[in-house]
Design a protein around this ligand. Structure first.
Ligand code: FES
Length: 154
């Protein structure tokens, strides 16, 4: 849990105090703190003069606007059709085996979270994942296993 302090005010001043600036403000908070707390969402609602329900609804709609604390590395695996047809399940099983968590969970050391997401725009090189902002594509169980082991050494 973090304190939003003056951050919401600063971001609202930077982006603007109107409804259309909601997403950039939320993205900046997530960029800084990794997820949105209830307190942060209420503060944003106050600054933009909209309801907290609207802020929460927007945050829940976009998978990148996390409303719960995640690990240092957030692995987002595409669950959309092309990736599914190209072996997404094998990639998930490999990740679950290596990390010893299920989809939706975070490792006990708070290093990795594993979550599913909609298409991330790499369908032509499916199956694909993102680790934070970095895409990894044309994955095989062996390839993803090497990638994660490299992250474990960081
Ligand atoms: S379907 Fe997976 S990246 Fe588009």
């Amino acid at each position: 849990m973090y304190q939003v302090g003056n951050l919401v005010k600063e971001l609202s001043d930077k982006h603007g105090h109107t409804r259309e600036n909601l997403i950039p403000i939320l993205q900046d908070i997530v960029h800084k703190y990794n997820y949105l707390t209830d307190e942060a969402m209420v503060e944003v609602a106050k600054e933009l003069d909209i309801s907290a329900a609207e802020v929460y609804g927007t945050a829940s709609f976009y998978t990148f606007l996390d409303t719960q604390e995640r690990g240092k590395y957030v692995i987002r695996i595409c669950k959309t059709i092309t990736c599914s047809m190209k072996g997404k399940s094998d990639i998930i099983h490999t990740l679950e085996d290596i990390l010893k968590i299920k989809v939706g969970e975070t490792t006990a050391d708070k290093q990795f979270s594993l979550i599913e997401t909609n298409c991330i725009g790499w369908c032509h090189k499916a199956p694909a994942i993102l680790i934070n902002d970095m895409p990894y594509t044309e994955l095989t169980p062996e390839k993803v296993s090497e990638i994660i082991k490299d992250y474990m050494k960081k």
